[in-house]
Design a protein around this ligand. Sequence first.
Ligand code: CP
Ligand code: NVA
Length: 321
Amino acid sequence: MKPGKSLIKHYLQFKDLRAEEYAYLFGRAAVIKQRFKNYEKYTPLADRTLAMIFEKASTRTRVSFEAGMYQLGGSVVHLTTSGSQLGRDEPIEDSARVISRMVDLVMIRTYEQAKLEGFAAHSRVPVINGLTNEYHPCQILADLFTWLEHRGGTTRAGMPDIGSLRGRVVAWVGDGNNMANTWLQAAEIFGFTVHVSTPSGYEVDPAVAGVRDPGCFKVFKDPMDACRGADLVTTDVWTSMGWEAENEARKAAFADWCVDAEMMAVAQPDAVFMHCLPAHRGEEVAAEVIDGPQSVVWDEAENRMHVQKALMEFLLLGRIG
Ligand code: CP
Ligand code: NVA
């Protein structure tokens, strides 16, 4: 079926879905994950094709989308800038028109959010943000699911309870980047607060983050103060993809923004540590933290696949049952 333009549901930013849709998605992710663990075959996307367009490097996003799509019975096409006409200046709108006539779903990792949005505007099929300079919604989808698994409540139906995130505190230590922006969007939707500590010159910009509620985040000069009493402590690389030329300057500016045992010690005793990965031990995080008992980073990485399977099912088939 050729979907009408207005009926297409894209996932371009975290705030593209409502709290109640996330509650559904987390429930589906739990079911889909359990089926995977039980080696139960579940192939609702048989004959469907996902195009994955990577203009930046990836390990987790590539493997989780590709393995996830195969497990759901579908197939994938993998495109890169240098291996396609995207690298030879074919307009993004033309690429969107062509690719979306041949596949059912598109995942894109690129630079400017505007480029992703330009593609989506000319796509006949749903488009998923696999990371842009501004946002990384699939990662926060996995992070919240992981947080709920480890520290969240369950509903009477035994599903992850998004209400259990309300009032909690997330400490963001490091760059005011795509991950930080997306955490802010999530805080606005679920009613928790992000304590943000960045070196000066690397602050989050609420306009870029796309949040309106000033209560969804608080700024701290000292990363220790951001971590004090936090339920979740998280960080990310000092230099994101696309900013490599600033690497040396960033190393100097971020030296005090390394999540170490001292920072974890002032957070809640049962606080979890998260990192979207790839990580640089000794830079943004100490080995004793990422490899320590409070770290849930491997579950966080695995959950990318389970939540994205739920997301792809939702975008293509709507609600099941
Ligand atoms: N976290 C994440 O998106 O990892 P990759 O860059 O390896 O896809
Ligand atoms: N902020 C990082 C995340 C990598 C998954 C980047 O954009 O490179």
